[in-house]
Design a protein around this ligand. Structure first.
Ligand SMILES: O=C[C@H](O)COP(=O)(O)O
Length: 247
């Protein structure tokens, strides 16, 4: 099934009001022809979601959401609040959330359900640690995370999966093309097995040290339907250099 790729920037805990100019520079760099070929989105910190979304230039996403729609959860953001701020996407289950906040697969699935309830598309992250890869457990780990983190009823319109090997995030290291191909083929097979035809259309992004210099090679891997980009999404020139893999 032909799917339109997605390149999403995850600004993580970076950015202030001054970063709006960088977002505008990214949007300015996405020509109509490029926009036909690839969807480009930015997930800024929660403080900037409304400011960027209000511009109406590119889809915007949150980086996390609470499973509840409202209530006594100091410091958390509901999917409904992100939607209200103009978000289209929300990342859930990023390995930094899993590590820093002890998020389990069940918690991630509850957040993905919350995203759907609010009308957001959940970008559900999975990926193995270095120790797990070295122990030959990559597919086991990714399979378990997928089974536990994806709620029932996944459709291409409500869910994106991001495969992000933890050891590749922010390190400059990437898996070989063959390793990326193996994991993405595995993820696709699991999606189709569980969700049937819908699973064939769900976009599977690769994330972890994607740069302008390696984007073309990584984006050409079968079943890689785009990228989730951290550090290189903070500068418009770098991010657009990655998006250009689809030009
Ligand atoms: O969500 C994005 C990933 O964690 C990748 O980060 P990175 O591109 O800085 O390696």
């Amino acid at each position: 099934m032909a799917v339109k790729p997605l390149v999403a920037g995850n600004w993580k805990m970076n950015g202030t009001k001054a970063s709006v100019a960088e977002f505008v520079a990214i949007a300015d760099g996405v020509s109509p022809a490029l926009a036909d070929a690839v969807e480009v989105a930015v997930c800024p910190p929660a403080t900037l979601v409304a400011a960027l979304a209000t511009l109406g230039r590119l889809p915007v996403g949150g980086q996390d959401c609470h499973a509840d729609a409202s209530g006594a959860h100091t410091g958390d953001v509901a999917a409904e609040q992100l939607k209200d701020a103009g978000a289209t996407y929300v990342i859930v289950g990023h390995s930094e959330r899993r590590a820093d906040h002890g998020e389990t697969d069940a918690v991630v699935a509850a957040k993905a359900r919350a995203a759907r309830r609010a009308g957001l598309v959940a970008i559900v992250c999975v990926g193995e640690t270095r120790a797990e890869r070295e122990a030959g457990r990559t597919l086991d780990v990714v399979g378990t995370q997928l089974a536990g983190s994806l709620p029932d009823g996944v459709e291409p319109t409500n869910t994106v999966v991001a495969y992000e090997p933890v050891w590749a995030i922010g390190t400059g290291l990437t898996p070989t093309v063959a390793d990326v191909a193996e994991v993405h083929a595995f993820v696709r097979a699991r999606l189709v097995e569980r969700f049937g035809a819908a699973g064939a259309g769900v976009r599977i992004l690769y994330g972890g040290s994607v740069k302008p210099s390696n984007a073309r090679e990584l984006m050409a891997v079968p079943e890689v339907n785009g990228a989730l980009v951290g550090g290189a999404s903070l500068k418009a020139a770098d991010f657009l250099g990655i998006v250009a893999a689809y030009a």
